[in-house]
Design a protein around this ligand. Structure first.
Ligand SMILES: [Zn+2]
Length: 279
């Protein structure tokens, strides 16, 4: 099993591990029109089933119901693929595709292979260079979705996980710990928040309020507090400093891009403020 990031092992060992221990068969088919067509043809007479391995194979043995040949370049989606019939290997009667499509999580889970068109292309460097991935990163709600579908498909095909490590972020909830939803009216509009308080205050709040791997209870009062106590105090302090180059505006060490963004923002605001009285 891939390991989850060391800061939150419970996601891999508990949440994902318990899901796998109590796992049941994956019902792969869906009664939908849009999606990847289920690659199973069934004989109308003897019930024999067959899957096709490539476009080349489909064009070679398939025929359209009206007798036309099948092109290798055909669109493999519905409704076009439903016109293709095969001769039964067992009894010689007609085989038709079963009408279902595949659960879309199968498409997501096939990503590590599909993105390289493997094994039709890149087979020479797939195992040595392209597979498995060093890490994947997504929200915790993907435990039974993307994390699982990728693990299942790669285990079937390769006997191992398609990712070495999994970085999981938890969800942003409302201030009472409830999941945000439009119907409940407890969601927030990030664009409006940035217009009201600025992107820096929101960035700083999200970094400071809780680690990304636990649920964040979002409270706009916390953003206001960051704006007045931290951003406001910093701006005021800088305004009273003697003029200095931007590079000398002090920020905590090791803050990387956020620190640079804060530095630029504070310095820019400071310049704008100090310029305005001269205009
Ligand atoms: Zn048959």
């Amino acid at each position: 099993m891939p390991r989850s990031n060391g800061t939150h092992p419970f996601v891999g060992e508990k949440r994902f591990g318990e899901w796998l221990e109590n796992n049941v068969d994956w019902a792969l088919s869906r009664d939908r029109f849009w999606g990847t067509p289920l690659n199973i043809w069934i004989c109308e007479d003897c019930g024999h089933k067959r899957s096709i391995g490539s476009r080349e194979e489909l064009a070679k043995i398939g025929r359209k119901a009206n007798g036309e040949a099948v092109s290798e370049a055909m669109d493999l989606h519905r409704p076009y693929i439903d016109e293709v019939e095969l001769p039964c290997e067992k009894c010689g009667k007609t085989m038709r595709r079963t009408p279902e499509v595949i659960d879309c999580w199968f498409d997501s889970g096939a990503m590590p292979f599909a993105q390289w068109h493997y094994p039709f292309e890149n087979a020479d460097r797939f195992d040595s260079e392209l597979f498995p991935a060093d890490f994947i990163s997504e929200g915790i709600d993907q435990t039974r979705g993307w994390f699982y579908s990728m693990l299942t498909i790669s285990t079937l095909l390769k006997g191992e996980s398609s990712y070495k490590s999994c970085l999981v972020n938890d969800l942003i909830l409302d201030k009472n710990g409830q999941k945000m939803s439009k119907s409940k009216g407890n969601s927030v509009d990030p664009i409006q928040l940035m217009q009201d308080y600025g992107a820096d205050a929101i960035r700083w709040y999200l970094l400071e309020v809780s680690p990304p791997w636990v649920p964040t209870r979002f409270d706009v009062d916390g953003v206001r507090e960051i704006l007045s106590k931290f951003i406001g105090t910093s701006k005021t302090s800088i305004l009273f400093m003697p003029p200095m180059p931007i590079s000398m505006v002090l920020m905590p060490r090791g803050m990387g891009r956020i620190g640079n963004a804060m530095r630029r923002s504070i310095a820019g605001s400071s310049h704008a403020c100090t310029r305005s009285p001269q205009m």
